[in-house]
Design a protein around this ligand. Structure first.
Ligand code: PEP
Ligand code: MN
Length: 362
């Protein structure tokens, strides 16, 4: 595959460009105000969602076609090229008719090869840049496959957008970054620019800077950040949007390191390790909570059968077995004994509570 680098898209983009704008176009005024603001803060392209893929029905699903004109007008007023998400053939035709400069495929669309193929077919013979978000699931082949379909339609101005991957259960991020996936994409398709979308990775404002910095440290080629004049009142993704002023502060705070200095790989790995640790701690607490649920059930059972809480033989057996396992995994005996002792104490406390409930009941 041969690709034209973003800086040669004839849209005034740099080697590292910031794309900013609202999650959704809401009103002509909101789009214009955001455009003027982000342009002032150094954004090189304006984004806005016109048709919004929402997880549940009855949420705001975008203003639809009229919003295209607002976006185009805001682009004309600021001199910024404009981009929007297309998810079907109708979206493609309407966006092309309005003169939208760049299209992107959303994460949910990339997941579906039929949808991607229909969009690719609609783009046959059109020379418009297309950005392809990663699929919601962490599948690099599906991501590459979507870009291949677009490329086969004759599009050579292609960029990838890294927006993170869905997770199940508690997580610090709305979509886990899995940096190893964009890193592998770079290895497999070295000429495809990769834009990082910290907004959809983080899902909250306070993490945006760190993720943006990490994208820079991994030599990604730009950022797509959601911005809204009044983020708390945004009709979609309110928690992750920032005002153009805050965007300016975020960008000013980023450190543009030399690709070879300060060992970004080390920094990246460290961050990666710490994320893993955070995840393990979360799991550890969940497992303890699950253990306590069972402990309380045993408490009820003992209570109803008039059996005492502490059974020393059982406790000795637990300690022996667990210590054996700890030793075989190379864990320190004293500390493991201490941790297990504390867990046991908490179990006794929980069962005592269950027993006392009975006393109160009588
Ligand atoms: C968006 O960019 O507003 C959006 C819907 O993103 P994603 O496809 O990454 O969920
Ligand atoms: Mn959004």
């Amino acid at each position: 595959m041969e690709f034209i680098p973003m800086s040669k898209w004839e849209l005034g983009l740099d080697d590292f460009s910031v794309i900013a704008g609202p999650c959704s176009a809401e009103t002509p005024e909101q789009v214009m105000e955001t455009a003027l603001g982000v342009a002032q803060q150094g954004a090189k392209m304006l984004r806005a969602g016109i048709w919004k893929p929402r997880t549940r029905p009855n949420s705001f699903e975008g203003v639809g076609s009229p919003g295209l004109k607002w976006l185009k007008e805001a682009g004309d007023a600021t001199g910024l090229p404009v981009c929007t998400e297309v998810a079907n053939v109708k979206h493609v035709y309407e966006a092309l008719r309005t003169g939208i400069d760049v299209l992107w495929l959303g994460a949910r669309t990339t997941t579906n090869p039929f949808a991607v193929q229909e969009i690719a077919d609609a783009l046959e013979g059109v020379d418009i840049p297309v950005m392809v978000k990663n699929p919601v699931n962490p599948d690099i082949d599906l991501w590459i496959g979507a870009m291949e379909r677009i490329e086969k339609a004759g599009i050579t101005k292609i960029a990838a957008i890294h927006r993170g991957f869905s997770t199940y259960g508690p997580s610090k991020y709305r979509n886990a970054p899995h940096w190893e996936i964009p890193v592998e994409l770079r290895r497999r398709l070295p000429d495809v620019p990769i834009i990082c979308d910290p907004s959809h990775i983080c899902g909250r404002r306070d993490l945006l800077s760190a993720i943006s910095q990490e994208a820079l440290d991994l030599n990604l080629d730009g950022l797509m950040i959601e911005s809204h004049p009044n983020p708390d009142k945004a009709l979609s993704d309110a928690k992750q949007q920032i005002t153009p002023e805050v965007l300016g502060e975020l960008l000013a705070g980023l450190i543009h390191r030399e690709a070879v200095s300060n060992d970004p790989i080390f920094l990246h790995s460290l961050e990666n390790f710490r994320d893993q640790i955070d995840e393990f701690d979360r799991k550890l607490i969940e497992v303890i909570a699950e253990r306590m649920k069972v402990v309380r059930q045993i408490g009820e059972y003992k209570r109803d059968n008039n059996i005492t809480i502490l059974q020393t033989s059982r406790w000795n057996q637990i300690i022996d077995e667990r210590m054996e396992q700890a030793r075989s995994l190379g864990l320190g005996e004293a500390i493991m004994r201490e941790i297990l002792g504390q867990v046991h104490q908490e179990s006794i406390r929980q069962q005592t509570e269950v027993m006392n409930n009975q006393i109160e009941k009588h």
